[in-house]
Each structure stands twice: as C-alpha cells, then as structure tokens.
Design a protein around this ligand. Structure first.
Ligand code: SAH
Length: 556
C-alpha cells in the first residue's frame, strides 16, 4: 500500500489525482501531516508526501531505521513539478515510485542514488541479499577505485568494473562470514535443504534442524534458495511453515523420482512410508549439486544440505522498434543486469550506450541467427548472465525460438516483451488491428513458399487483417505482389493498406493507400505492410478496423 499525505490545497489536488489513478494501491492519510506521516510509515510499504523535502525530512528523521526495511518515500513539490526519491531508493522502491508518480502527474523524477545515474547496476538490485559496506563499495565502483571480486561460488553477475586486488572487495559467498571492512557480501541463492518429517513434526523442530545444520556447516541461511521434500509431505504443516518462516519456496518431487537419486545414506523407513529410500538427501540432490551436509536427524525430522551448481541466466530482451522511449524499463534493467550481450550488430548499436562498462559484447552480422542462439545459450551454460537481444519483440520472427530450442533446463530464462513492428506501425496508422489480425512473414529463406501461400490464402478467406513482415528485398520481389493479389481475391480494391517504414526511427515514414493503388516497388525490408479486412475504413486519413461491436452498423 502507498500512503499519501499533503498539507496544502494544491498538494491535496495532486494527491487526489494520484489516488484516483491508483485506487487499489493508495490510501489517503488526512489530518495533521505529522500524524499522517507517522501512521503511514508504520502501515505502508511506500509513502508519497506532497510536502517540501525539508518538512518531510524532519518528520521522517525520528522514524528511520534501516534502508533494507524502511518504506520508500517520494516527495512531490507544491507545484507538482518534481517527484523526488527521498528515502529507500533501491530496497524501498522509491526510485521506481518516483518515476511512476512522475508519469501520472507529469512531474520530473529526481533520483540521486549514484548507481542509477551512472548506468551501473545497484548491488542491492540483483534479486538476492547483500550486506556489509554496500554504500562504500558502490561509491568505490563509481569513483573508479579498485574493487576486487572474491567469489567462493559461481553465480551469474552483471558486468562490474572489478579488479584482482583492491582496498574494496565484493565477496560472493554462501558461507557464514561477517563482511570485512570495505567489503560488500553478496548472498546468491545457492543452498537447497532437503527435509523429511514424520506426521505432526512440530515446525520448531524442523526449523531448528535446518538452521542448526546450516550453522554447524558454516553456511549462511540468507543463501537458502528453497526447501525440498517428497510430494507426500507437500502438506506437512511443520515443513510448510518452516519454509514460510524462512521465506523460501517449498519444492516437492514424486517419490518415484527421488528413488532414482543416488544418495550416501538410504534407509528402509522412508521406503516403507513414502516409497523412496531417501527423502532429505534425495530431494536436496534432485537437481544436482554438491552434498555439503549429509542426512541429519532430530526426533521427528531429517535434513540434508546441498550447494546447487550456479545456474546461468539468459534474458531474451525485445528492444522495441527503434525509439529509445519505446524500450521498456524492464528491458533496460536486463541490459544492465547482463555481463554478456549477444545480438545482431545493428541492434547492439541501438542500445550500446546503455551497457555498463565491462559488458562483453558478442555481435554478429545478418544471417548468423543460429550461431547467435548457440553462443547465447553456451555463455549462459558457463554460468554467465547473458542478454540476447532482438528488435521489436525478441520472440517474434527473432531469436527466442532458436535459443530456447537449444537450451536445456540447466539455465534460467527470463523473457522481456517488446513493442513489435506491427504494433508500432498500427499506432502510426491509426487502429488497423482493432479486430482479429495476423502477421505473416514473406521471407521464404526458412519457410517454403507453398506454406506461406497457404497461410496468406487462409487469412484472405478468414477476412483477417494481415501485417506482412519481411515484405520485399532486392532478391525477393515477386512475393509481395502475389500475396496482395491473393487478398484482393477476397477484398475490395478500395481496402485500406498501411505502409510503414522505419517505425519510430529517425527516418520514419508512413502512408495509407489501397489494395489497388499500392505500388510494391515502394516497399523494402525496413517496412511492414498492413492490409485491412473487409470492414477496415479510412477515417480522417487514419486506418480504422471496427472493433466488432454493432458489427452490422460498422460495415454498412
Ligand atoms: N522481432 C521483430 C521482427 C523482426 S523481422 C518485431 O517484433 O518487430 C524483421 C522485419 O520486421 C523487417 O523486415 C520489417 O518488415 C519489420 N520491422 C522491424 N522493425 C521495423 C520498424 N521499425 N519499422 C517497420 N518495420 C520493421
């Protein structure tokens, strides 16, 4: 919940605009602002104060505790010009909130946390815990002071400007070590604890056994990724609640699968009870890894600890059609999160300025799709954080399918959707995609022409709006006229056709014509061609396909 408070009439007006925009996420705190801030600080994850920063700082000062747990606070000035991320920029989400508030109110977000303004990924934005001198190490990274990386475990990290030696250190470990001076300790989720329990085992006993085993092995509970057990114990209250209290998911496996896992300490009791000679060790080892703590027992529970192999991370990132403001914030974040970037050279150029220094860029030319896909997957399998990029959406006539066809389940995959050429063109043309539509690529390099033809015919018969990708190149000039002729067999010569070249790029151009008037020679590979259905009309120079409400009226 986001708590909102204000002191003046102008502030209250802006506050109400935000409350109206986000009715389910916000709560307005009326009354004296001091009381309002104190109440919201205790009750909300985030605050937006329509107050001067000075007033807000004075009210917040006695309430502040720790940046990992304090709410994120954003201040909006009296004139509604600025949304200032004041407290909790990263962990409290105030930087993101300042941007979002800025969008709603037309205010400029003001973000002062250093890593965000420099393009370096914040150490506390990696999705796992970090402790120690995070501020000092981040500052050193920004100032170009030597920061050494000491990794006890392999984990996919972003490109960080690190050196072999330095007065500052980033340590990557799951061991229970205290951060040294000038050291930030990253706690990647490497540990899996397998647990078994007799029916009715108390949660305190399960929890005690898990935590005790980690402690005695010198391991840190903050690196715990998950608890694992056999399916038959998926609802065992002691196990379920232990996972909840530890804040990790509970993963379960069928007994048959666990029975096939090679373990050092099988026993007859679980075999009789649940059908596998090992629960704790087998569940911990089910996805591979190194057994650090073999089976240990308490009166009613068992557990075993495994360090899982560092899993590489492959982000498949759509860059949108070209314009920077059509690149999503999530795509930007993933570009910063990667240490290896794989892509077509012209797409790499599109975002090169966003890459943190030290990013390894593996670019190749047109036609090397298969090789790019293999490279990206191979780099991820080595344990790297990889971003594989494509224009528009990376899953549409692009790299996602060849990459995922290569990938096994030994890497993590994250997809970031992008604005496709068809959508970008649609927005330029008007509303051509207002009813059922289809995209068809006219490139017969990878697809036999007969297949393409069959699909165009089907679209023609089904009266679908059609967007042609890869419509025409120097060596492929007869496909577009042929496809248009097929559509013309089912649609009037006056059917609107939109032609958009380089949508959202500096030399963007578009025009609206008709099936009869379109000259295919004016179309090239930087273009998409959208052909309307029998209901599509030109209205005030825009292409409009009726939504289908009151269909009869629309087509009349
Ligand atoms: N993944 C991309 C499509 C790649 S196929 C997407 O989701 O949009 C390449 C074809 O896409 C080009 O031949 C062209 O037809 C179309 N295309 C890509 N970007 C475009 C743009 N900015 N303007 C017009 N067409 C574009």
């Amino acid at each position: 919940m986001i708590g909102l408070m204000s002191a003046t009439a102008a502030g209250a007006a802006a506050r109400d605009r935000l409350a109206t925009a986000w009715p389910d996420r916000t709560r307005v705190y009326d009354g004296p602002v001091g009381d309002a801030v104190r109440a919201a600080f205790a009750e909300c994850e985030q605050l937006v104060c329509f107050l001067a920063t000075g007033a807000t700082v004075r009210l917040l000062a006695p309430l502040l505790g720790d940046k990992t747990s304090d709410p994120g606070v954003v201040c909006v000035d009296e004139g509604g010009r600025f949304a200032v991320s004041l407290v909790g920029g990263h962990a409290g989400g105030a930087n993101e909130l300042a941007r979002a508030v800025g969008e709603v109110l037309g205010a400029r977000p003001v973000v002062t946390t250093a890593t965000d303004s420099m393009g370096l990924p914040g150490l506390d934005t990696l999705g796992f815990p970090v402790e120690g001198d995070v501020a000092g190490v981040s500052r050193a990274l920004l100032d170009g002071e030597p920061v050494a990386l000491r990794a006890d475990v392999r984990w996919p990290l972003p490109a960080l400007p690190v050196t072999a030696e330095g007065p500052y250190t980033i340590r990557v470990t799951d061991r229970a070590v205290r951060p040294a001076e000038r050291e930030a300790v990253l706690r990647p989720p490497t540990l899996v604890v397998g647990v078994g329990a007799s029916r009715g085992a108390p949660v305190d006993e399960v929890l005690g056994l898990v935590e005790g085993s980690l402690r005695e092995a010198g391991l840190c509970v903050r690196s715990l990724a998950e608890l694992a057990t056999v399916e038959a114990k998926a609802g065992e209250p002691g196990i379920v609640e232990a996972a909840e209290r530890l804040g990790v998911p509970l993963v379960t496996y069928p007994a048959g699968e666990l029975a096939t896992v090679d373990v050092p300490n099988p026993s007859a009791a679980p075999l009789a009870a649940v059908g596998t000679p090992s629960v704790a060790e087998a569940a911990a080892l089910a996805r591979g890894g190194e057994l650090l703590v073999p089976k240990r027992k308490s009166a009613m529970a068992t557990c075993a600890v495994v360090r899982r192999p560092g899993r590489g991370r492959l982000a498949i990132v759509g860059l949108g059609p070209g314009a920077r403001d059509l690149l999503t914030p999530r795509a930007k974040a993933e570009l910063r999160r990667a240490s290896v970037l794989v892509g077509l050279d012209q797409y790499v150029d599109q975002i090169r300025d966003l890459l943190p220094p030290g990013t390894r860029v593996l670019e190749s030319g047109l036609g090397a799709e298969e090789e790019r896909a293999r490279t990206a997957v191979a780099e991820a399998r080595k344990g790297n954080a990889v971003a594989l990029i494509g224009s528009g959406d990376a899953g549409v006539y692009a790299m996602a399918s060849p990459a995922l066809a290569e990938a096994a389940d030994d890497i993590d995959v994250v997809g970031v959707p992008g604005v496709t050429a068809a959508l970008a063109a649609g927005a330029i043309l008007g509303a051509p995609l207002g009813h059922d539509h289809v995209s068809i690529s006219l490139s017969d390099l990878h697809t036999p022409w007969e297949v393409i033809e069959r699909r165009v015919r089907a679209a023609a018969e089904a009266d679908l709006v059609v967007t042609f990708y890869n419509p025409r190149s120097r060596g492929r000039d007869w496909q577009l006229p042929k496809a248009l002729a097929m559509l013309a067999g089912h649609r009037a010569p006056t059917t609107p056709v939109g032609v958009v070249r380089n949508a959202s790029r500096p030399d963007e151009s578009s025009r609206l014509t008709t099936l009869a008037a379109l000259d295919p020679a004016t179309v090239d590979m930087m273009t998409v061609v959208t052909v309307g259905n029998t209901a599509t009309r030109e209205v005030a120079g825009r292409m409009v396909t009726p939504r289908g409400y009151r269909w009869q009226e629309a087509v009349r």
